[in-house]
Design a protein around this ligand. Structure first.
Ligand SMILES: [Zn+2]
Length: 77
């Protein structure tokens, strides 16, 4: 069974209708803009457990949906 993403505009919709966008936390200690961009593009955290995510409803309302998902179970909290 596919994961269902709760879109506030369209209701629960299948994962396949969305594009994933990771919310990045670049450390404040990195101040060089070029290094921050490299960190944002290539240094993904891939954490285990709950994390904030952004999903773009590509085949629906074409709006961003922000949610918290547990990466161990794919449960949306
Ligand atoms: Zn939607």
């Amino acid at each position: 069974m596919s994961i269902q993403i709760p879109c506030p505009h369209c209701g629960k919709r299948p994962l396949e209708e969305f594009a994933f966008g990771e919310i990045f936390d670049v450390p404040e200690s990195i101040t060089d803009p070029d290094v921050r961009d490299i960190d944002r593009a290539f240094m993904h955290n891939n954490p285990e457990g709950p994390r904030r995510e952004a999903w773009f409803h590509t085949y629906g309302c074409r709006r961003w949906v922000y949610l918290t998902r547990d990466t161990r179970t794919d449960q949306i909290l």
